[in-house]
Design a protein around this ligand. Sequence first.
Ligand code: ARG
Length: 460
Amino acid sequence: MQDKQGWSGRFGEPVAELVQRYTASVEFDRRLALFDIRGSLAHAQMLAACGIISAQDLSDIRRGMAQIENEIIIGDFVWLTELEDVHLNIEKRLIALIGDAGKRLHTGRSRNDQVATDVRLYLRHAIDELLDLIKSLQTALVDLAAHHTHTIMPGFTHLQVAQPVSVAHHLMAYFEMLKRDAERLADVRRRVNRLPLGAAALAGTSFPIKREMVAELLDFDGVCENSLDAVSDRDFAIEFGAAAALIMMHLSRLSEELILWMNPRIGFIDIADRFCTGSSIMPQKKNPDVPELVRGKTGRVNGNLVALLTLMKGQPLAYNKDNQEDKEPLFDTVDTLSATLRVCAAMMGGITVKPDAMRNAALQGYATATDLADYLVKKGLPFRDAHEAVALAVRYAEQRGCDLSDLGLDELKQFSDRIADDIYGVLTLEGSLASRNHTGGTAPQQVEAAIARARKYLLG
Ligand code: ARG
């Protein structure tokens, strides 16, 4: 019987077609093709350097791989399900093109260390692209924030008006989240960037290979130091999935706010038409579909993380075919996250802030009550007593249907005789903002400094 796949010599009958379809991965792992070729070329170079294959073999392999790479890029490569996966498809084509040298490429290697290498090369590349995309979104946030260090909105706790903040301050909170997200990805990258190749099937190889050389050729920081671990663990993909889920969670929170802010009952912002869609039945509708989808897609990224964790948890050492299931969740997470970051960055440029609506909302919720309490403390009243006095003042104003700043001095003095006419500076929204003048506070001066720091970070 002809050895089609490269392993069927041992078998007495061909694999059932049903099984072939069930076990094949080429439909999705062909995405690894160019990384697979890169890994193979480095492996071949090392084999030649160690005298395991000849210089002629190496040059044949390079020639064959160059052609295959070209075929793949222009879409001429014929992928066959019966050849199971990306590795066997490429190897078979190489053998067809160059003969025996192609058959020698797999010396001292197994698909187990090969696939682990491919996935790491792929993920490293993906992380680098994602880091750039995070920066683009951060830039868009900072650009919008820079226009709004003096635009006042209510800050919320429990989704109730709490204290006034600037729109810039609010947006810069997301800049900080994304900064941590980028740190996490960069940290994951360090552990992704280790070479499994050389572990072979599980125990290493009897050929005199130089793993460090392959690591260097492929820009890995080093090699995986235990062969069993190298071929079997996918923890690097899982921690990437966790970092990705955190990013999506942040973007989902941002989206939820944009959805709320665009609701006509709130009306804090408008999102440009190009980021919204209409309803097929209600002509008046303009729906914030993009942020809603960001919120929704967070679910699938979370799902992918759980899929990967579950995939790994029952596996004994070393490689098991279960690991073939790592790819689709991983690819889907990368695709979803990069599309989401891209669309969020673009959407930030389509947001129109409505300062009057924000200001009115801030004026309605006694947002400067804490400022009044702080004022009394500064005049010598213990904080708890000040809190109590202001609570009574708020109740009084509420009954009159007005703001604290609308009460006359005599009215205010009922709650504490320490109140004098300098109180009106404190009760304004601008006064409240300006007083929170320390690192991390919402005072325009501080937020401008935060924006300047952010711009410097983004250049780096
Ligand atoms: N397609 C496989 C995967 O994605 C490649 C490794 C297969 N190794 C094996 N011995 N069956 O994991």
